[in-house]
Design a protein around this ligand. Structure first.
Ligand code: OGA
Ligand code: NI
Length: 355
């Protein structure tokens, strides 16, 4: 016989969703049988049109050619980057030196982190965007009324390195992983500067990248019995210069391409790179920040690790004067520091696409 629920408990649960510490805890709880309504979206995101032209695929960049290729090969890759950043806003980097074993170890270590008892993870709960370590689940009242089907851990890893002190080995792996990714981005930013017709060190200097903020974010999306009703992360833009991303072989990431959604499958040996807001600002809109989102599925838990590589917090970011021309390319962005940008983004006061 079904147990009776006291009426006032039921009412309360309709008004205030029960306190869920993580989606993982929810799906693993013994009494989880159906999807709580505060996770459901009004329309089925899986039904939106998909861009599936087989001849149109995400550009692949062989970064080793930028380091050790002939001058001709280097300029070819710079040309490919120009096309990738302007036609897509994202690309796949191969031969990047972040070893597959390091990436695997990083993903395994994050799995161990998410497997910690809820009380132990609670210690790392942060509230402010600038808290160096923040662990939580995806409730974002400013974006939507529905909870997100995602748990996360975010750590600032540069200029100062922060990470949880457990599980064992996590810190060492995260430090190495962040450093290696940063090296890749350093090479890319030089080539991207050149691809914009700027001097090689332009972005590095303009963004004060030597002290640039690096944010490591791990996303954990448990399998969901009704994936068409929920969302992992709604459509958004990343705020840094570039984002590098890997995942555990389970797909779910989509990017906007030619006004449709495009399913991104990230192979194990690839770093997926996205153009983010501050590269858009520096390039005066020549390279647009890419819109993306994450869907979930009913078969397997998806994990992704995204590293946002941004300017230094106190640097005012403006469009490169060489790319501004008062008639055909007027300056299109307000000049504020990266820190002010992040704070504004949190308040929901950033309008248009940067919200
Ligand atoms: C993010 C993000 C996408 C993914 O963390 O900002 O967009 O594939 N993640 O998990
Ligand atoms: Ni993102």
């Amino acid at each position: 016989m079904a147990s009776r629920i006291p009426l006032d408990t039921l009412k309360a649960s309709l008004v205030h969703p029960p306190k869920v510490t993580s989606v993982k805890a929810l799906v693993e709880s013994t009494d989880f049988s159906s999807l709580p309504s505060f996770y459901t979206f009004t329309h089925n995101l899986h039904d939106e049109p998909i861009s599936d032209d087989p001849d149109d695929s995400i550009p692949i960049i062989d970064i080793s050619l930028l380091v050790s290729g002939t001058p001709e090969e280097q300029s070819q890759v710079i040309h490919q980057l120009n096309k990738a950043c302007s036609d897509w806003g994202c690309f796949m980097v191969i031969n990047h030196g972040v070893s597959e074993s390091l990436t695997k170890a990083m993903i395994a270590s994050f799995q161990e982190f998410f497997d910690l008892p809820e009380e132990e993870k609670k210690v790392f709960q942060g509230n402010h965007v600038m808290d160096p370590i923040r662990c939580g689940t995806g409730f974002n009242p400013s974006i939507n009324k529905a909870n997100l089907w995602r748990d996360y851990l975010k750590c600032i890893t540069y200029p100062e390195f922060h990470s949880p002190n457990k599980p064992a080995g996590f810190s060492e792996i995260a430090l190495e992983f962040s450093k290696r990714n940063r090296e890749v981005v350093t090479v890319l930013l030089k080539a991207i500067s050149k691809s914009l017709g700027l001097e090689e060190s332009y972005i590095n200097k303009a963004a004060n990248f030597e002290l640039g903020l690096q944010l490591l974010a791990a996303n954990y999306y448990p399998a969901c019995p009704e994936p068409e009703k929920v969302i992992g992360i709604p459509a958004h833009y990343d705020h840094g210069l570039l984002t590098t991303l890997v995942n555990n072989g389970v797909s779910g990431l989509q990017v906007t391409h030619k006004e449709k959604w495009f399913n991104v499958h990230v192979p194990a040996n690839v770093l997926f790179v996205q153009v983010a807001d501050h590269l858009e600002i520096l390039s005066n809109g020549k390279y647009k920040s890419i819109e993306h989102r994450a869907l979930v599925n009913d078969k397997a838990t998806r994990m992704s690790i995204a590293l946002a590589h941004g300017p230094s917090l106190d640097t005012i970011i403006r469009s490169a004067p060489e790319l501004v021309d008062s008639e055909s390319h007027p300056p299109a962005y307000v000049q504020i520091t990266y820190k002010a940008f992040l704070e504004l983004q949190q308040t929901g006061k950033l309008r248009d696409k940067f919200e």
